[in-house]
Design a protein around this ligand. Structure first.
Ligand code: ADP
Ligand code: ADP
Ligand code: ZN
Length: 223
């Protein structure tokens, strides 16, 4: 199963992608995580992306598409993937169609996760992740069970993203509205767009996504 999660920063894409990975045994492909890894490893791509990301602007389409194409061609994506944070522009959506067609793959569903703007800012402000396994947390909504210790792997090191601040968040939200939201009609026209209320609790959102995915698969299987 190949799916896309679309939503503004903080909507819960990463959180839900991790749940779906476990449920369906498919991989999460987060272009944001890939760029952050390239920055950390001081790759040329990271150098090109760094300033743009820190300002909350999108990385150019050609760089992003090349990176995603290389990743999606790897054997671990054969069983299926969850795109988290890609595509983010109409040209990226069109490029994705070409990449998938060349690989004889198709999209099963595009899940739009919606959330109120005030909630997004609160979620971003409290977000942190385990430096070792990448598990996601929130100061108020999902603290670690034991203070300062990752529930999943026991690590005591955590990361906060430098772009998760109020100032950059404004630019990122604007980028979502002007550059990313226009891809929703593109998928709606293909009949694969499903909307999910991201304001509910994490497990409720997960349940709603799975119900929508299961009906999408069923519809596909029965023609
Ligand atoms: P995105 O990948 O869309 O930017 P994340 O999945 O990283 O969003 O979630 C942003 C923050 O909000 C994280 O700290 C996460 O723990 C928290 N969060 C995610 N989903 C919910 C939810 N449904 N209710 C409350 N907090 C949430
Ligand atoms: P969030 O989950 O909070 O929306 P991401 O981790 O997906 O954030 O993205 C962080 C930043 O990485 C974006 O603000 C942008 O600069 C860059 N980025 C990630 N994915 C893309 C993409 N598909 N196209 C262009 N830039 C991207
Ligand atoms: Zn961990």
């Amino acid at each position: 199963m190949n799916i896309i999660l679309i939503g503004p920063p903080g909507a819960g894409k990463g959180t839900q992608a991790r749940i779906l990975e476990e449920t369906y045994g498919i991989v999460q492909l987060s272009t944001g995580d890939m760029f952050r890894a390239a920055i950390r490893d001081q790759e040329p791509l990271g150098l090109q992306a760094k300033a743009l990301m820190e300002a909350g602007n999108l990385v150019p389409d050609d760089l992003t598409v090349q990176m995603l194409e290389a990743r999606i061609s790897k054997p671990d994506c054969a069983k299926g993937f969850i795109l988290d944070g890609f595509p983010r522009t109409v040209p990226q959506a069109e490029a994705l169609d070409r990449v998938l067609e060349a690989q004889n793959k198709k999209l099963d569903a595009v899940i739009e996760i919606t959330a109120d703007e005030s909630a997004l800012i609160e979620r971003i402000a409290g977000r942190f992740t385990c430096a070792s396994c990448g598990a996601g947390y929130h100061d108020a909504f999902k603290p670690t069970q034991k203070d300062g210790v990752c529930d999943s792997c026991g690590s005591q090191e955590f990361l906060r993203r430098s772009d998760d601040n109020a100032e950059t968040m404004k630019t990122r939200l604007q980028a979502f509205h002007t550059q990313t939201a226009p891809i929703l009609p593109y998928y709606k026209a293909k009949g694969i767009l499903k909307e999910v209320d991201g304001m509910a609790e994490v497990q409720t959102v997960a349940k709603e996504i799975k119900e929508k995915l299961n009906s999408a698969i069923l519809r596909y299987a029965t023609g």
